[in-house]
Design a protein around this ligand. Structure first.
Ligand code: FNR
Length: 344
């Protein structure tokens, strides 16, 4: 497999079609799902020439966590549907690539076990704030104790998106034996709670969370510039422009199309972006338009389903190589050399 899209083709052959649909699908007519990739493809890179420099530096430091490249692993649920050891395989590959894994709250391996699998792995934890604040706090304490360096609070999910492929396939629950292990408090299956996606969650909850933890808080799923302003006022540490890979509200804009407005409104906060990143050139476009780094969701799952740990390593090394190659072709020694003039 030489490209991220080739990993998807192999993953599709290996996966149960119902699980493939769960990973690949989006909400509604999948307009936003398609738009993420299409909007990136519509943008052109405008390289600079004759700038000298033989080496590139790909590393970035985000909220105190150093990563060897500006490509993070977005939180995706249920890795054990893609490979038997699930998130354990993912974290070994991410640690080898020296980038950041944002562990999904809906992981099928507990955050403590993920951390133990690859000591030194750089983990952040994705959180859906639960209406039960005591329960939310207990999960936060587990993420802290496991060594996670930031909390990525997903705010685009006041209700679960309408994923019609899953409805058609009747896929609504994990198969027997797999659980959302971060929601297990106790030993029997009955001690695993369900994730609540609640429209009650508000800025007051963000203020509460900042009181409860010293970890930097990143809000994931911000698309409206006014929310970026409110987030800056709320004292969060960063933002992630995301439409959940087109899985929540269909027909919201492609993330790359709203990124510049969110960056302008964010008052200097670091802004990450995900959605449709499939090539090194996509990474450069997002960074040129103001992202501090990007994250990839599905490509990691495709790597995992295709070849387990090796597959995730392959995906991360291919995207790294493509970023490096695109930088050299753009006359840049580092992602810091990119700005808006490189994109039209
Ligand atoms: C997700 N995403 C997601 N986000 C989140 O905050 N918590 C989660 O548990 C999940 N789970 C999840 C499962 C699957 C199968 C997918 C595809 C996505 C959204 C994810 O973090 C990210 O925003 C998108 O996947 C980015 O888009 P691409 O890279 O998949 O195009």
């Amino acid at each position: 497999m030489r490209t991220l899209r080739e990993y998807e083709a192999v993953a599709r052959e290996r996966l149960d079609p119902v699980h493939y649909d769960y990973f690949a699908g989006g909400a509604g007519d999948e307009v936003t799902l398609r738009a993420n990739e299409e909007a990136l493809a519509r943008l052109a890179l405008v390289p600079r020439v004759l700038r000298g420099g033989a080496r590139r530096e790909l590393g970035v430091t985000l909220l105190g966590t150093a990563a060897s490249m500006p490509v993070l692993v977005a939180p995706t649920a249920f890795h054990r549907l893609a490979a038997p050891d699930g998130e354990r395989a993912t974290v070994r590959a991410v640690a080898a690539a020296d980038t950041i894994m944002i562990v999904s709250m809906a992981s099928t391996v507990a955050v403590e076990a993920i951390a133990a699998e690859a000591p030194g792995a750089k983990l952040w934890f994705q959180l859906y704030i639960q209406p039960d604040l005591g329960f939310t706090e207990a999960i936060v304490r587990r993420a802290e104790a496991a060594g996670c360096g930031a909390l990525v609070v997903t705010v685009d999910s006041p209700a679960l998106g309408r994923r019609e492929r899953d409805d058609r396939n009747g896929f609504h629950d994990l198969p027997d034996g797999l659980y959302c292990e971060n929601l297990r408090f106790g030993d029997s299956p009955g001690h695993v709670r369900q994730i609540a996606m609640s429209p009650e969650i508000s800025w007051d909850h963000v203020a509460w969370l900042r009181d409860v933890t010293d970890l930097p808080v990143v809000l994931k799923g911000v698309l409206h510039p006014e929310d970026a302003r409110l987030a800056a006022d709320a004292g969060v540490a960063g933002l992630m422009v995301s439409n959940h890979g087109g899985r929540q509200l269909d027909t919201v804009p492609a993330t790359i199309d709203v990124l510049p407005d969110v960056v302008a409104a964010a008052g200097g906060l670091p802004v990450l972006m995900d959605g449709g990143i499939r090539r090194g050139t996509d990474v450069l476009k997002a960074i040129a338009l103001g992202a501090s780094a990007v994250a990839i969701g599905r490509p990691v799952v495709w790597g995992l389903a295709a070849e387990g740990e090796q597959g995730v390593k392959g995906v991360l090394e291919r995207v790294r190589d493509e970023v490096d190659h695109a930088l050299v072709q753009c006359g840049c020694a580092s992602v810091r050399d990119l700005d808006r003039t490189f994109v039209r």
